[in-house]
Write a protein that binds this ligand. Structure first.
Ligand code: PLP
Length: 283
């Protein structure tokens, strides 16, 4: 695989980052994951905009040229011959002698990109069977709207889910579901799609934004508000969204079946609309 690091395209075993990198020492970095379908990028503009926002919120002042970033994404897709897959992008505050204070503003950032081939990414069998989730307390920090590389708690959550024989975990704070470990969470009750409102408590999903817009265009009712685990258990349908899973049904929560225990109509329709429209708009 060819990867990108700080201006160079290199075989992955030759790519190097300093042990003093602040991403490594302080998780002082932000990232994006963009999906590739039929060799094209899904919603690159959305990811570029959120990357800039994450950097701004952390006072990461390095200038990232988004047109150049698009070209790097495309070049990696080309040289690695990716039809369906993901592109991971990480920007950190760069390497500097270990100090909690940020280094000088002219410290070059570390910019790394690599591809992951995922043949059949849009035809995951899970879209037919649905996924099982368990609930866990949300013990992350308070700025979840910034897409930082501090993913240890979500990683622990996925391990806990696996230990319980489930596919993922939904995180709960003050009785309400915030989001999944790597996706936004939704329920459908009496035809209304409910998902937590935007704020510092959740990541502002790129897929969430597009899916809610498509839902409203299709005259579906959307309510952006916090919902409880009890409400979720009594819902007709449940699902998650993310750049890598698109729209994915959830059929059980904490071992309790949701609705009929099979993927519902709303989620199936949203997945279909999302994939169709986003393929058309792909770059
Ligand atoms: N919420 C969290 C915590 C995530 O990590 C992710 C994606 O990685 C999402 C939501 C979904 O965001 P997006 O649709 O932009 O991939």
């Amino acid at each position: 695989r060819t990867v990108y690091v700080n201006g160079d395209y290199l075989p992955e075993d030759q790519a190097k980052v300093s042990i003093f990198d602040r991403g490594f020492l302080f998780a002082d970095g932000v990232y994006e994951v963009t999906s590739v379908l039929d060799g094209k990028l899904i919603d690159f503009a959305g990811h570029a905009k959120r990357l800039q926002r994450s950097m701004d919120e952390l006072d990461m002042t390095a200038a990232i040229d988004m047109d150049e970033l698009l070209e790097i994404h495309r070049e990696l897709v080309r040289v690695n011959d990716i039809t369906d897959g993901l592109i991971y992008l990480q920007v950190t505050r760069g390497a500097a002698d270990r100090d909690f204070l940020y280094p000088a503003e002219d410290t070059p950032p570390t910019v790394v990109l690599f591809t992951q081939a995922k043949p059949g990414l849009a035809d995951s069998p899970m879209a037919e069977t649905g996924m099982k989730v368990v609930t866990i307390p949300d013990r992350r920090w308070g700025r979840r709207d910034i897409k930082t590389v501090q993913l240890l708690y979500p990683s622990m959550g996925k391990m806990e889910a696996k230990a319980q024989g489930a596919d993922d975990a939904w995180m709960v704070e003050e009785g309400a579901v915030t989001e999944g470990t790597s996706n936004n969470a939704y329920i459908v009750k009496d035809g209304v799609i409910v998902t937590r409102h935007l704020g510092e408590e959740i990541l502002h999903g790129i897929t969430r934004k597009a899916v809610l817009a498509f839902a409203r265009e299709a005259q579906m009712k959307v309510d952006e508000r916090a919902f409880t685990v009890e409400e979720a258990l009594a819902a007709d349908e449940a699902f998650v969204t993310s750049a890598s899973s698109f729209v994915m049904p959830v059929v059980s929560i904490d071992g309790q079946q949701i609705g009929t225990g099979t993927p519902g109509k709303t989620v199936a329709r949203l997945r279909e609309i999302y994939l169709e429209e986003m393929r058309k708009a792909a770059v």
